[in-house]
Design a protein around this ligand. Structure first.
Ligand SMILES: NC(=O)c1ccc[n+]([C@@H]2O[C@H](COP(=O)([O-])OP(=O)(O)OC[C@H]3O[C@@H](n4cnc5c(N)ncnc54)[C@H](OP(=O)(O)O)[C@@H]3O)[C@@H](O)[C@H]2O)c1
Length: 302
């Protein structure tokens, strides 16, 4: 039996795929859980497992000192936090795990403080719903350090909690930085699948036999790239940008020949060309970094 009489009560606002997984993990760990969702039917399976389904977000907030919010976006969070709900938040800890921007997180932290919220934490969930409550999932937090320390054990029911400091926007910034890396990888991988779609063998075989080992090998070079960005090149480039620029033309030509749109990868080609023009042609891929931080140049002819 998992029930722990001392486990603190938790309220979860939002029972989409992620909110449901969060509430489920708290229930599994023996916490008294109160849930609210716009579409009430989504609360039924959790209620069957022992959660209390509140009729309104205000009722849900009043049920616990720890309030976890996981809605579609922060526009929805604003809509749900009506004046009555906001009033009920005074003296409680608000943990917003809704995906958003750092500016939205800082704004919500400031509004929470004005409402008398005991502590505000913003979070970025680095997991998909089936990973919640299991090893391998991480949630990034930032904001009120005291609130994090107080509720750390409860938040650890969801995933490994990582605290990034008292800037409420920091978790969202890191979340979005990590998602940027993920989308680059997913986009590149889908482009690769499109290129070989008519080749013998299945796409699954291609992925398992060639794509994953290749990407895994390239992942190993990321710390070296970060070091080069921070400290400048450690030595002569093994793959200078001038060489890469020449080869990249082939990547774009072969994509067009294969009937694959170049929307995704053409911008990298433009960055390569600009980096070479700006004198980074002898550097490895870290030479793209300063170019990414300068205003976009007018596209070159051709
Ligand atoms: N799923 C993932 O893989 C994943 C991973 C990491 C982070 N996240 C983040 O977690 C958050 C929730 O994601 P999710 O997967 O649970 O999304 P979802 O399944 O689409 O659920 C969206 C939630 O927002 C509610 N909602 C939408 N519009 C609303 C409105 N106008 N008023 C009140 N409630 C409204 C929905 O209520 P109804 O049920 O009534 O529609 C539902 O509870 C998002 O910010 C997402 O970026 C998700």
């Amino acid at each position: 039996m998992n029930a722990r009489p001392t486990a603190e009560p938790v309220t979860v606002l939002g029972l989409g795929a992620m909110g449901t997984a969060l509430a489920d993990a708290f229930l599994t760990a023996g916490h008294p859980v109160t849930v609210w969702n716009r579409t009430p039917q989504r609360a039924r399976p959790l209620a069957d497992r022992g959660a209390t389904a509140a009729a309104t977000p205000e009722d849900a907030v009043r049920a616990s000192d720890l309030i976890v919010v996981c809605l579609l976006d922060n526009g929805v969070v604003d809509r749900v936090l009506t004046p009555a709900v906001a009033g009920a938040l005074a003296g409680r800890t608000l943990v917003n795990l809704t995906n958003g921007t750092p500016a939205q997180a800082r704004d919500l932290a400031a509004r929470a403080a004005a409402l008398g919220v005991a502590g505000y934490l913003d979070g970025g969930i680095m997991a998909v719903p089936p990973m919640i409550g299991r090893p391998g999932a991480t949630v990034l937090y930032s904001g009120d350090a005291t609130a994090f320390a107080t509720h750390r054990e409860t938040l650890a029911r969801l995933a490994e909690p990582v605290f990034l400091g008292d800037d409420a926007g920091s978790a969202a910034l890191h979340d979005i930085a990590l998602l940027s890396g993920m989308y680059g990888m997913f986009g590149g991988a889908l482009h690769a699948l499109a290129m070989v779609r008519d080749e013998p063998g299945t796409l699954t075989e291609f992925t398992e036999r060639l794509l994953v080992p290749w990407l895994t090998a390239m992942l190993g070079s990321l710390p070296r790239i970060a070091q080069d960005v921070e400290n400048g090149p450690a030595g002569p480039a093994a793959s200078p940008l001038a060489m890469q620029e020449a080869a990249y033309v082939n990547l774009l030509d072969a994509s067009r020949d294969a009937g694959v749109r170049t929307d995704l990868l053409a911008p990298v080609g433009r960055l390569l060309a600009e980096a070479v023009r700006r004198g980074h042609g002898a550097e490895d891929v870290a030479g793209l970094f300063p170019v990414m931080l300068t205003p976009a140049a007018a596209p070159s002819a051709g």
